[in-house]
Design a protein around this ligand. Structure first.
Ligand SMILES: C[S@@+](CC[C@H](N)C(=O)[O-])C[C@H]1O[C@@H](n2cnc3c(N)ncnc32)[C@H](O)[C@@H]1O
Length: 246
């Protein structure tokens, strides 16, 4: 990712409707599990970037922030002092087996610098302690490729089923597998058709989300997701737990 993109990501993180809605969705999913963490548990925001989606976690509980981009780590640490920055590679996590209570990974497995996303999910499973949880949120809709993906160095988008299978094959029990931002699928399909050959990024675009309409739709969708799942969406989400041996 270009350095400009990191700066825009950090500047927009607090204000942009998608980041605000995504933080709210992650808190909704993870809140019940935070209560079950032990005080010794290490939390990991894997490829956490500037902390735009995981900073709320670091603001509550000290959290290791792994990313290879020094510039992003510096911004995250300044904005969220609860982060413990670790410069490293997702493909080879520098953490011992079973040493982490919660792994959060948001929009990173799609990245061109991740040659084998399933191997990274297996790494997440390796470092997670029995009973600990792994939360993945990635670009969804495999056919919705558009210019934003090229600008953000995407190599792939995921179906909900693909994320679910990777978690299961890594030995995790899937607690929730769902689409999110389902209402964005029709506009994303239009962008897929019309913007394939431009170099436009979504970062910084439509901050207010059509004057608050997207934020309101996301809030309604979150209410639905409290009890149900969605088969697809512009994001794919999986929450999984490492089983406790008998
Ligand atoms: C789109 S950003 C997402 C950042 C953050 N999770 C968020 O939601 O705001 C993708 C991040 O993945 C990081 N990244 C990509 N491949 C990586 C790798 N192999 N090892 C470590 N970090 C990686 C990039 O530096 C970038 O910060």
């Amino acid at each position: 990712m270009e350095q400009d993109e990191y700066r825009r990501m950090a500047d927009n993180g607090e204000r942009h409707w998608w980041y605000r809605s995504t933080r709210a969705l992650l808190q909704q999913l993870l809140e019940p599990h935070l209560a079950r963490l032990s005080p010794d548990d290490l939390l990991l925001d894997a490829a956490g970037g500037t902390g735009a989606t995981g900073g709320w976690l670091a603001d509550r509980i000290p959290t290791a922030l792994l990313d290879y981009e020094r510039f992003a780590l510096d911004i995250a640490r300044t904005d969220h002092p609860g982060y413990r920055p670790v410069r490293g590679d997702l493909n080879h996590l520098p953490f011992a087996d079973g040493s982490v209570g919660l792994v959060l990974c948001v929009t990173a497995l799609y990245h061109a610098l991740v040659p084998d996303p399933a191997a990274v999910v297996a790494e997440f499973a390796r470092v997670t302690r029995p009973g600990g949880v792994v939360c993945l949120l990635e670009p969804g809709g495999r056919r919705l490729w558009r210019s934003h993906d090229a600008v953000t160095q995407a190599a792939r988008r995921f179906s909900v089923g693909e994320l679910q299978v990777m978690a299961s094959r890594a030995g995790l029990d899937v607690l929730t597998a769902t689409g999110a931002y389902s209402f964005l699928v029709p506009p994303a399909f239009a962008l897929h058709l019309f913007e394939r050959k431009t170099d436009t990024s979504d970062v910084g675009r439509n901050q207010s989300g059509l004057g608050g309409a997207f934020g309101a739709l996301a809030a309604a969708e979150r209410r639905w997701l409290r009890r149900h799942t969605l088969p697809f969406g512009l994001s794919a989400v999986v929450l999984a737990r490492k089983p406790i041996p008998d």
